[in-house]
Design a protein around this ligand. Structure first.
Ligand code: ADP
Ligand code: MG
Length: 709
């Protein structure tokens, strides 16, 4: 009985759960577990993800030309009847070429596909097909045209023309699923399920800003209709793109608006004392503060004395001396009887800060404590009892187990790596503590508004005296001899050199191996010189020991994985060789280069790049050659990477942006910010907009606990 029932197709159908936008793609028609796995690689898990898997570009295949009208070198779409087909094997290269000839009576077009003999069964003589491809002349002066690997679609299928005779979307594909298969799949799924797309943005907002309805814009973004503007589509400026970009920015701003509303507006701490401590510290420094440092410290002191909680961002280029400024603020708090903490994005950074700060406050009788995820009980107790005056740590500082006795000031270094959420969590460790964030990443104003909300901003726009621009040049592996002789030149002048190897993601062992082999190779090339090695697998004291030997001149060449990125100050080092420079990010290259050019000598940065490398890598290397200005570098970085990745929104807990581009869509950013803040004021719980609330939570991946109810 049961078995019979199971075989009843209607029964089976009825048991299927209803499809919603949260349905995993594998349950959609035409996608099984295998395809689902492939799609997952593209970040597509649910129907919703599919709807939002936006083409990365478009091809205009609208105009179908007669064969006689085809132009060489152009991407053209044409149609005709198959008159012959066959597979040829080239004698030399053993290539299997499948070829067909097509005509519409006006000319003949030959189409070739390489190593895809199975295509043969897709064609039969007499069949009508549509073809898109780049037109070439047929070789050996034979009359007719040729296309290699054209996109084709039979005219006699029932489907509408998905791949030709329209503007076609081009999706980023992955091994196992082609752009074309993806396009077919998208077309089928989207047309089948489009009714599930509900507009969640309040209608009056759409109307006020002339935005397209959501369903229409999703359909249009995937399969643009007739007279769509191909230029606008490709630049992400079509009305459909604009609507989707608005949504991303609106949900981002709405989340920020709601968080900000929930932040307390209570009074903070007014730090009255501590000036003596700050003064003693500054007087003991081996250098004079720059006027920019003095100005910014002044602004901070004013904030700290005021009863309103400080919320200040300090930005300035690598090496401008932010640590001293941060320390002055911490001492002000400590001198007023409060604890201070500083959060850095990585353990190595935290460690460097710890070492530096520990050294700098020596003689002031303060207890500086380091805290990472592995920290044991003792420091935790000191923090809780209030015996730890200054706490340096990673994001482990936010952990539940960390309790402060009297936290008065929190400082966040390299803020763009953290986000509003971490900032809020850290703030909750005290009772309205003052907050200072520091970043080496300059930012346009609109971005600052978005990322930092209502922070006051200070700029350290001056480097300590004596810094000299570093001569930077890209070299290739074939120029190794030249590189060695440049290194030798510097060493013989009594200078020192860094040789930096890249971190290979997910493979610490490989890093270590390349760095160790690199050091050995250098020892062979420079047998008279002392070559040292420092890497991330060493513990803090081992690393410090090597660094100290480099600093004191006992090591001539320091080979390092990127652990030297921060905090090392060796003015006598005048050359840096960065191996596999093409693998480094621009900001990282700039940071690394900041380690040299600190003395009075001319300094050189050699970027050793291994071709072939990507267009982006090329632009990064060019940018490094052409400027040493951190602001220009940051701008270029922003252009190359796009704002989403640049600010690491994903890891910072903010939703990432796929369609919107904060630079290009500044106007939308402003509109969405205005609308979002107005809505959050009028209806902070979004009670009247349950669907919007659902989408907001989805977008922030549940991180907005504040609006869960
Ligand atoms: P960043 O802003 O990149 O964090 P740091 O605070 O690490 O820079 O400072 C870089 C180096 O410059 C450190 O060695 C620091 O001691 C030194 N430094 C900071 N301020 C001055 C100054 N006014 N004059 C000379 N050296 C300074
Ligand atoms: Mg710093």
């Amino acid at each position: 009985m049961n078995r019979l029932n199971n075989k009843n197709p209607e029964r089976v159908l009825n048991r299927r759960p209803a499809i919603s936008i949260d349905t995993p793609v594998q349950y959609l028609k035409g996608i099984g577990p295998q395809r689902a796995r492939l799609l997952q690689r593209l970040g597509i898990k649910t129907l919703h993800d599919l709807f939002y898997y936006i083409p990365w570009r478009y091809e205009d295949r609208r105009v179908i030309k007669r064969l006689s009208e085809l132009r060489y070198g152009q991407l053209e779409t044409t149609t005709g009847e198959v008159i012959s087909k066959g597979v040829v094997t080239t004698p030399k290269k053993r290539l299997k070429i499948f070829e067909i000839a097509v005509t519409d009576g006006s000319a003949v077009l030959y189409c070739k596909w390489f190593n895809q003999p199975y295509l043969e069964k897709h064609f039969r003589k007499g069949q009508r097909i549509i073809l898109s491809g780049v037109v070439k002349p047929r070789s050996f002066a034979a009359p007719g045209f040729e296309m290699e690997n054209p996109v084709f679609e039979p005219v006699d299928t029932e489907s509408r023309f998905i791949h030709t005779s329209r503007i076609v979307p081009v999706y980023k594909a992955t091994e196992g699923i082609s752009t074309k298969q993806l396009r077919t799949l998208m077309y089928n799924i989207i047309t089948t399920h489009k009714d599930l797309i509900e507009d969640y943005v309040p209608g009056d907002i759409l109307k006020r800003n002339g935005l397209m309805p959501l369903r229409e814009s999703l359909m249009e973004v995937h399969f643009p209709e007739g007279e769509a503007d191909i230029e606008a589509l490709n630049r992400g400026l079509s009305p459909a793109h604009r609507r989707l970009a608005f949504d991303e920015l609106f949900l981002l701003e709405l989340g920020l608006a709601i968080m900000k509303r929930n932040e307390s507006v209570e009074l903070g701490i007014s730090f009255k004392d501590g000036d003596g401590l700050v003064r003693r510290f500054i007087e003991a420094l081996p250098f004079e503060l720059t006027s920019a440092q003095k100005r910014v410290i002044g602004q901070i002191m004013e904030d700290m004395e005021s009863p309103l909680p400080m919320n200040r961002l300090v930005h300035g280029d690598v090496g401008c001396g932010k640590t001293v400024v941060a320390l002055a603020a911490m001492l002000k708090a400590v001198g007023s009887g409060y604890q201070s903490c500083l959060m850095a994005p990585t353990e190595i950074l935290a460690e460097q800060h710890y070492i530096n700060i520990h050294r700098m406050v020596e003689g002031l009788g303060l207890n500086v404590v380091m805290l990472t995820s592995g920290t044991k009980d003792k420091p935790l107790e000191e923090i809780q009892r209030g015996d730890a005056h200054i706490v340096i740590g990673t994001h482990a500082l936010i952990q539940e187990r960390v309790r402060f006795n009297r936290l008065g000031l929190t400082i966040i270094d390299e803020q763009h790596k953290f986000g509003v959420i971490q900032r809020a969590s850290l703030r909750r460790k005290g009772v309205n503590p003052d907050v200072l964030v520091m970043t080496a990443t300059p930012i346009p104003r609109t971005l600052a508004l978005t990322l930092y909300g209502d922070l006051d901003i200070s700029v350290i726009d001056e480097l300590p005296p004596g810094r000299r621009p570093v001569l930077t040049k890209v070299f290739f592996p074939s120029m190794k001899e030249k590189i060695y002789s440049l290194i030798e030149d510097e060493l013989s002048k009594g200078r020192q050199a860094y040789v930096v190897y890249p971190l290979i993601e997910g493979s610490e062992r490989l890093d270590l191996k390349t760095a160790i082999e690199g050091a050995e190779a250098l020892r062979r090339v420079f047998p008279e010189r002392r070559v040292g090695l420092v890497h991330g697998r060493m513990n803090a004291s081992e690393r410090e020991a090597v660094m100290l030997r480099f600093k004191s001149g006992e090591i001539d060449i320091l080979v390092a994985t990127t652990v030297i990125e921060v905090g090392v100050d060796v003015p006598n080092a005048s050359l840096m060789l960065i191996v596999h420079a093409e693998r480094f990010g621009l900001a990282q290259l700039h940071q690394l280069r900041g380690r040299i050019g600190r003395g009075t000598h001319e300094s050189y940065c050699i970027l050793l790049a291994y071709p072939p490398f990507t267009e982006e890598a090329h632009r990064r290397l060019k940018a490094m050659e052409s400027t040493s200005d951190g602001f220009k570098i940051a701008e270029e970085d922003l252009l190359i990477r796009g704002p989403g990745e640049f600010f690491g929104t994903r890891q910072s807990g903010m939703p990432d942006l796929r369609v919107a581009n904060i630079i290009r869509d500044v106007d939308l950013l402003e509109i969405s910010r205005r609308e979002a803040f107005a809505l959050a004021d009028a209806d902070p719980g979004l009670r009247d907009y349950p669907l919007l609330r659902e989408f907001l939570n989805r977008r922030w991946m549940g991180r907005l606990e504040l609006i869960k109810s």
